[in-house]
Design a binder for this molecule. Structure first.
Ligand code: ATP
Length: 515
């Protein structure tokens, strides 16, 4: 299966099996907004729970928080979002489509880079072992031209954005002859900055004063509560505050399903430390966060770090954890060493001291912050892309199976009486009623057992528990393993322990603590 096919299949699987639906679909949907169905909500809750417990339960110095989505408007002035949280956009007058000017330019760069790569590969084939790639890249006229054009785009875009000279960016789009993918024309509007925050107002009467924003990140709720949590929790530095919650961004280029949404959820940690120790903590969290991903059993090669070369003005180190999605390596999580930028700004704008008094040194200072920020929905997509498999089984049939980590699986076990008579459904019901207090289960007596197994494979249920005629006399059942399809006879009294051991969150957390 090629990557494009895989992605299409994951998207349609999500709809067919109740993981993700387009929002308000009966009204033709809403662009880049999605709803989670019966299986999606369970999977998403489990991913969130894994993150939450890894942060606030495994780490004694991390405390949780749930701040409101609405915040005082000054928050966003202080954080820089009112002035700087924007994307440069451009419209095509013929197709009426809106694009991010920087994305149009980046796509053009990708084309140039592919052309340069093609030239290099042709030369490699021609020269064989004696090929010196570095030399070729600096001497071959065509390759040099492509690489210079890429650098020219980088420099012009950077200068245009930094100086606010958006005319330069439009001129560059025209100079490169970039056309609208829909109309095919170069009939562009000027480039304008477009703030990504959604605004609303608090009072019934609209007035500038009351203008509110839907938060575009959860981090600011943590910064404004830093003193509240530190004092009420009597915590000493270093310590962290963890939060998950909905955020809203008016993304201009929303695409790739739930990869880029207008309403999504973040899981963020702000870790407060002593100035000067931040790079050590940054290295710690960089490693720790990758471990969190790998404990789920995803292949190591599917992940990579992407260190930022160009840093935001407030950061002194930044890295993305990228995953190899079917459309290439893309960011799933960002780790940033944010210095004391945010707390200093909030101190300045609020006039309230946001300092920590260190009883050991008798010093008072604004802590430095290391942030880890992951999108829950992007992690959801990653989890499905990594889990989706089609396998040939006996009889030339193909089964679709989601090889989800059992702790994340929406349903832990299906209870399946072989037939709808002879007391088997009653015994199934009894097992279900006994185990439902501890596990999310599914009980079904319709259709052949083979069909029922396939449906459970498709939603990633790790165990199917089948009750047959021998079960009644022997108090035992057959337990089928999703990944191997192996079947084992076990006593009914063993089921609880097996499910706890194999599907419980604690086994996953223990694994995380050991790697
Ligand atoms: P990108 O470069 O992809 O726009 P970003 O650098 O703006 O992401 P952050 O502001 O660092 O992202 O947000 C942290 C995480 O939130 C990202 O790593 C990603 O997983 C997730 N995220 C960001 N924007 C979106 C979105 N529009 N839809 C879904 N998830 C998102």
């Amino acid at each position: 299966m090629n990557n494009e096919d895989l992605f299409k299949k994951v998207v349609s699987h999500c709809k067919e099996y109740g993981f993700v639906f387009p929002s308000s679909e009966i009204y033709d949907g809403l662009s880049a907004v999605y709803d989670y169905g019966q299986n999606g909500v369970e999977l998403r809750n489990n991913i969130r729970q894994y993150w939450w417990k890894a942060m606030t339960q495994l780490q004694s110095n991390i405390l949780g928080l749930d701040a409101a989505i609405f915040m005082h408007p000054k928050t966003w002035k202080a954080s820089g979002h009112i002035d700087g949280f924007s994307d440069p956009m451009i419209d095509n007058k013929d197709s009426k489509k809106r694009y991010r000017a920087d994305v149009l330019l980046e796509e053009h760069q990708e084309k140039l880079s592919a052309k340069a790569h093609k030239e290099v590969e042709k030369a490699r084939a021609r020269f064989g072992d004696s090929f010196d790639e570095a030399m070729y890249r600096t001497t071959n006229t065509r390759v040099v031209e492509y690489l210079n054009a890429i650098a020219h785009i980088d420099n012009t875009l950077k200068e245009g954005l930094e100086t606010g000279n958006l005319g330069m960016i439009k001129a560059l789009i025209e100079e490169l002859g970039i056309v609208c993918p829909v109309s095919g024309t170069k009939n562009w509007t000027d480039v304008r900055q477009f703030n990504l925050m959604y605004s609303t107002n608090m009072s019934a009467v609209e007035s500038g004063e009351e203008n509110l924003y839907l938060r575009p990140e959860t981090a600011q709720g943590i910064f404004v509560n830093f003193i509240n949590v530190q004092k009420s929790g009597r915590t000493k530095i270093p310590f962290g505050i963890a939060q998950t919650g909905k955020v809203f961004r008016n993304e201009i280029v929303a695409r790739q399903f739930i990869m880029r949404m207008k309403e999504f959820e973040q899981m963020e940690l702000q870790f407060f430390c002593k100035p000067g120790s931040e790079l050590e903590w940054y290295a710690y969290w960089k490693e720790q966060r990758l471990k969190w991903h790998l404990a789920l059993g995803t292949e190591k090669n599917s992940y990579r770090y992407h260190d930022h070369v160009k840093l935001a003005h407030y950061a002194n180190a930044a890295v993305d954890i990228e995953f190899n999605f079917p459309f290439g390596f893309k960011e799933v999580e960002g780790i940033h060493s944010r210095t004391d930028f945010d707390l200093s700004k909030h101190e300045e704008f609020s006039g309230k001291k946001l300092r920590y008094f260190d009883p050991e040194t008798n010093e008072s200072y604004i802590p430095y912050v290391v942030e880890t920020s992951i999108g829950l929905d992007r992690m959801f997509l990653l989890t499905l892309c990594a889990a989706y498999q089609e396998e040939a089984v006996d009889g030339g049939e193909v089964r679709t199976v989601l090889k989800l980590h059992p702790a994340l699986a929406p349903v832990k076990a299906a209870i399946l009486p072989l037939v709808k008579k002879d007391g088997l459904p009653e015994m199934a019901e009894k097992i279900y009623n006994d185990l439902r207090f501890d596990f999310k289960l599914y009980i079904e007596d319709k259709d052949s057992i083979g069909k029922r197994y396939r449906r459970m494979d498709a939603i990633g249920t790790p165990f199917c528990i089948t009750i047959d005629h021998d079960s009644i006399a022997n108090e035992d059942v057959t337990i089928r393993y999703r990944d191997t399809m192996e079947q084992r006879r076990v006593k009914v009294s063993e089921l609880r322990d097996i499910l706890f051991k194999e599907t419980g969150m604690s086994a996953l957390l223990q694994k995380l603590a050991c790697i």
